[in-house]
Design a protein around this ligand. Structure first.
Ligand SMILES: C[S@@+](CC[C@H](N)C(=O)[O-])C[C@H]1O[C@@H](n2cnc3c(N)ncnc32)[C@H](O)[C@@H]1O
Length: 329
């Protein structure tokens, strides 16, 4: 089918949107490409779901989708009919599959999950080293896609389909995606960058466990296996100084990986600032203040390493806070 007549060209892209839809590559189907330079932080697209199904995605059936479509407008129905499979060539085999590939979780309530149909947001391909992100929690009703770095005109715009991928190796990511991504962190397998990327992401997973005590519960994903360390983490007994270094090291690894965007900084940096302020022993507090006054994550880490393992009067307060957050008695 000539690309001029492709059904995706009937999708209503807002007039001022900085992207267009076109074929992305033989195995990737169509994708979204910048039509002008987009600066970091710009909202590329904000989209409201055309309809939503209040169920967990694994429970959504074709009849759920058909009954939602029956009560939808003709425009919504037309957009749903425009959907094509992953090569962007054939219609999907059934409505459930079409919905699964073109929907996002909406809302933040894990007890009442819902998925919405997003015909435009779903046109963006995945990248493990993305240049955009959809921070769903920011506005659950109308998720927005933000540029996480400057994007050149003509560049493909892609975001990571799963926030947990920052701590997953390429093999783990591909198993979960069901396709092999071709970004530098994935391809060619075994390249210097790709191997370093796997190592960084495994380290990030270990550090996340040290700070939050969470490594997805699945043993195959554990990086830190040492029982005494796991016990110390479970009992929230990790010294504040170690937690601070773990946080800063996570930021450094993410920066080296190219995934430390403004949302990640906004997620990690307040924790580092709070921990630095909780250190009460004067010598520790002085080093922490000096570390946090540095400009970059690397510089902050270099100074903060001097704190690693030091005991502090703030350790008890930190343990109390963590127990409260993690619901540990
Ligand atoms: C939501 S759709 C994205 C748009 C899709 N390319 C299209 O033409 O409609 C998701 C599907 O696109 C393909 N895809 C997305 N990112 C990819 C990537 N980095 N490499 C290969 N295929 C990708 C996969 O088949 C995936 O299931």
């Amino acid at each position: 089918m000539p690309s001029q007549q492709h059904p995706y060209q009937t999708l209503p892209i807002p007039n001022d949107a900085p992207f267009t839809l076109k074929p992305s590559g033989p195995s990737k189907g169509w994708g979204a490409f910048a039509t002008r330079r987009i600066s970091r932080g710009t909202v590329i697209l904000r989209e409201r779901p055309l309809f939503a199904i209040p169920k967990h995605h694994t429970a959504i059936t074709s009849s759920d989708v058909l009954s939602a479509l029956r009560t939808s407008s003709p425009t919504t129905q037309r957009q749903f009919q425009a959907l094509r499979d992953h090569h962007a060539t054939l219609p999907f085999p059934n409505p459930a599959k079409a919905f699964a590939e073109n929907s996002f979780a909406i809302g933040t309530d894990t007890h009442s999950p819902a998925h919405g149909f997003f015909p435009l947001l779903s046109r963006f391909n995945h990248a493990c080293l993305p240049n955009a992100a959809v921070p769903l929690l920011k506005d659950a009703d109308a998720p927005a896609l933000y540029a996480t770095r400057d994007i050149a005109a003509g560049e493909e715009i892609a975001f990571s389909y799963d926030p947990r991928f920052e701590s997953r190796t390429a093999r783990e990511r591909h198993a979960s995606l069901g396709f092999a991504c071709g970004c530098r962190a994935c391809h060619p397998p075994g390249s210097r960058f790709q191997r370093a990327s796997d190592l960084r992401r495994r380290l990030i997973r270990g550090l996340q466990f040290m700070v939050s005590g969470d490594d997805d519960g699945e043993e195959r994903f554990h990086v830190i296996a040492e029982p005494e360390v796991r016990k110390q983490v479970a009992e929230c007994r990790t010294p504040l100084s170690v937690l601070l270094v773990c946080n800063l090291l996570t930021q450094c690894l993410m920066e080296a990986e190219g995934i430390l965007d403004d949302f990640e900084i906004g997620r990690l940096q307040p924790g580092a600032t709070a921990m630095a302020k909780m250190l009460r022993r004067p010598e520790n507090a002085r080093i922490a203040r000096f570390a946090m006054a540095q400009r970059t994550p690397n510089e902050r880490l270099r100074v903060a390493f001097a704190l690693y393992g030091r005991a502090d009067e703030g350790d008890e307060e930190m343990a109390y806070t963590l127990r409260h957050i993690q619901g540990v008695s």
